[in-house]
Design a protein around this ligand. Structure first.
Ligand code: ADP
Ligand code: MG
Length: 320
């Protein structure tokens, strides 16, 4: 199959049609319409075989994770997704692989109502780059930089699941419980972008980030950008039943603090907005947990457990 046949067969034919796409796949560029009063949010993430996913990961999961991690970035900005572009580097045209990959992509595109509007296809080591674009009312984007001392820190969902999932996938752990194994592997391979949480947090959160590299690493980005310090309460970290049942409580804390790939939203809320937060999250059926407080000790991150200082040294995932 030639490159253009691959594109037509696996990507153009399976793409959904949004009304705001004037020209989609097949021309030199995509042409799209941005609604009045909305700002365009753009984000890109690359998934490399052996770095972001294990080489044996199913193409279906790779496609869905590539979409999800990008939509997670849009969620962290408070944006609603609209379009994605796909740059695909493939060692060879493997039709079975492409079939499973493009089906995974199509399912997520349909579920999240995002249209694949273009991309590039080249021969090379397996690498998937997706650019996602979405909208946020022009003055309501969530950033990392507007948090204030005194704000409360929250996180959606549970932390550490994908980290243990990775260790299970790498055979560092074998759990007896199959349901827990499946749950944790699923959290690694099929992350859920917290889009509903992100839109609820517009005008409510003072800062927001998605937890891709681990809580410690990602909270530090907010502290740096906002010029704050933080105290995080170890006993409040939200952890799944599966994580707690599978490892010691000390290991569970380490996963929750430092493991990446959970794609939960970490956000801060001022005292005045707390009531608003509770109603908006409850109405949308979104769950978030209070884990600590910002303060004025710029760049300092401390942990407390049962009201005593808690020492933590492991860092989140760093590429360089
Ligand atoms: P050009 O040479 O003009 O850059 P290409 O031959 O690379 O065009 O691509 C042809 C069309 O197919 C373009 O509209 C491009 O956006 C789209 N396209 C290429 N690869 C992909 C892909 N992997 N997924 C989606 N669209 C793609
Ligand atoms: Mg090209």
């Amino acid at each position: 199959m030639k490159e253009f046949n691959v594109i037509d067969h696996f990507f153009k034919a399976k793409s959904i049609q949004r009304k705001d796409v004037i020209v989609g796949i097949g021309d030199d560029g995509a042409v799209t319409h941005i609604p009045q009063g909305q700002a365009l949010v753009t984000t890109t993430d690359t998934l490399l075989s052996g770095v972001h996913f294990l080489p044996e990961t199913s193409p279906h999961a790779i496609a869905q994770k590539a979409v999800a991690v990008n939509l997670s970035d849009l969620a962290a900005m408070g944006a609603e997704p609209a379009w994605i572009s796909l740059s695909l580097s493939l060692p060879a045209v493997d039709e079975a692989w492409l079939e499973a990959f493009s089906n995974g992509l199509q399912e997520h595109a349909e579920y999240y109502s995002v249209q694949l509007i273009g991309g590039d296809t080249v021969q090379g080591p397996l690498a998937i780059t997706i650019t996602a674009q979405g909208f946020v009312p022009f003055d309501q984007a969530l950033t990392r930089s507007q948090a204030q001392p005194g704000d409360s820190i929250y996180v959606t969902g549970t932390l550490g699941d994908a980290g243990l999932g990775l260790d299970i996938a790498q055979k560092k752990y074998v759990l007896e419980d199959q349901l827990n194994t499946d749950y944790l592997l699923n959290r690694l391979n099929y992350p859920t972008p917290r889009l509903m949480a992100g839109t609820c947090l517009r005008r409510v959160a003072s800062a927001c980030i998605d937890v891709s590299d681990g809580l410690v690493s990602d909270i530090s980005h907010i502290l740096k950008a906002s010029g704050c310090g933080a105290t995080v309460h170890i006993d409040k970290l939200p952890m799944s039943q599966a994580l707690k049942e599978s490892v010691s409580s000390q290991q569970a804390i380490d996963y929750a603090l430092s493991a990446g790939d959970d794609y939960e939203l970490l956000f801060t809320v001022s005292e005045e907005q707390k009531g608003h937060l509770e109603t908006t999250l409850a109405n949308a059926n979104v769950h978030a947990t209070y884990i600590g407080q910002l303060n004025g000790s710029v760049g300092k991150l401390e942990f407390r457990q049962a009201d005593k200082p808690y020492e933590f040294n492991v860092k989140g995932y760093q590429h360089f």
